[in-house]
Design a protein around this ligand. Structure first.
Ligand code: UDP
Length: 324
């Protein structure tokens, strides 16, 4: 397939691009490199475009006949979205509208959209199915839900077919060691723990230990980034033969608390972690875990990195390489 990956220089986008190349797809990356990394994109056409730059976007996509678009280009930090909602609404919603407009103008009718578990807000059930009520509690989640709803509307008017993939906690790194998580600033749990080994005097901060969970720390569902990448390619494959709108929750369906992640990091690295308990972080629900049954059955998705040890081992290998 000829695939356009927007945000293909970012953490998840670059892993999708690499998996697509391994499967011999013809990939083009579109990224403004505001948070993505040039080193993360290799051996493919790259369009340096910000989705808010309508003229440049129009010029770059004119006459392009992609079989489908995997759309990740967006801002994605919950805390930042609370501080600066305008930037989130503009980048994530207006940017997506601009992209969709150009796709339709160029007769490109298939999109896999990078969504998030944040659209569910505070869960009402322990395990979240696709039909769980959607009630995001932060601007980031709200912007993703607006785009999901718009894609649904476009699919009803038969203009486009879409698959929305809601990621739970993407983690780990490509086992080949050339790609991994490298945000600046880094806020995600596993890389932040691993980074804190390099700053022995600054303890790692656990954001709250009085949540209604067995050990008081937040529970999340960590899913390996290459498994996520595989799901995107399966979703695009599905769109070659199926019209309409569909949605999948992408997680491992395994629950891990922050304390369990710390213990696993200690096991993998063989080093005790210096940590302290801090305040709750704004916008953090206590538990977010996926029911991944629909993705397994309908997409034929088979996550390979199916336990936290394996995920953290790949993240640790990448971390050691980065800090060399
Ligand atoms: N977390 C933490 N300390 C950190 C970073 C994260 O205690 O320095 C916690 C955070 O409160 C959440 C979990 O780790 O419960 C996962 O956070 P992350 O930012 O990785 O992903 P999120 O679930 O917010 O998408």
């Amino acid at each position: 397939m000829k695939i356009l990956v927007t945000g293909g220089a970012g953490y998840i986008g670059s892993h999708i691009t690499r998996q697509a190349q391994r499967q011999s797809h013809d990939v083009c990356v579109l990224d403004d490199f505001s948070t993505g990394n040039e080193w993360a994109v290799k051996d493919c056409e790259t369009l340096r475009v910000n989705l808010l730059d309508k003229d440049l976007l129009k010029k770059c996509l004119r006459g392009r006949n992609f079989d489908g678009v995997i759309h990740l280009a967006a801002k994605s930090l919950v805390g930042e979205s609370i501080i600066n909602p305008y930037t989130y609404y503009e980048n994530n919603i207006v940017g997506s509208l601009n992209l969709l407009n150009e796709m339709l103008r160029n007769d490109i009718h298939r999109i896999v959209f990078s969504s998030t578990a944040a659209i569910f807000g505070n869960p009402r059930t322990n395990i979240i199915r696709e039909d769980h009520p959607k009630n995001p509690i932060n601007p980031y989640g709200r912007t993703k839900l607006v785009v999901e709803n718009f894609l649904n509307d476009l699919s009803i008017s038969k203009k486009l077919s879409a698959v929305c993939l809601r990621y739970f906690n993407a983690a780990g790194a490509d086992p080949d060691g050339e790609l991994g998580e490298a945000h600046d600033p880094e806020t995600h749990l596993i890389p932040t723990i691993l980074n804190s080994y390099d700053r022995a005097k600054q303890p790692f901060k656990v954001f709250g230990n009085d949540y209604p969970t067995p050990d008081g720390t937040c529970i999340r569902d960590y899913v390996h980034v290459n498994d996520l990448a595989d799901a995107h390619l399966l979703a695009l494959q599905k769109l070659q033969n199926t019209d309409g709108f569909s949605e999948y929750n992408l997680g491992s369906s395994v629950k891990n608390s922050v304390m369990e992640v710390i213990k696993t990091c200690e096991g993998v690295t063989g080093r005790p972690l210096n940590y302290e308990i801090d305040e709750h972080r704004l916008g953090d629900p206590a538990v977010l875990v996926a029911d991944n049954t629909k993705a397994l059955t309908e997409l034929g998705w088979q996550p390979v990195f199916n336990n936290l040890d394996k995920i953290i081992e790949t993240a640790w290998n990448w971390h050691k390489r980065l800090s060399m």
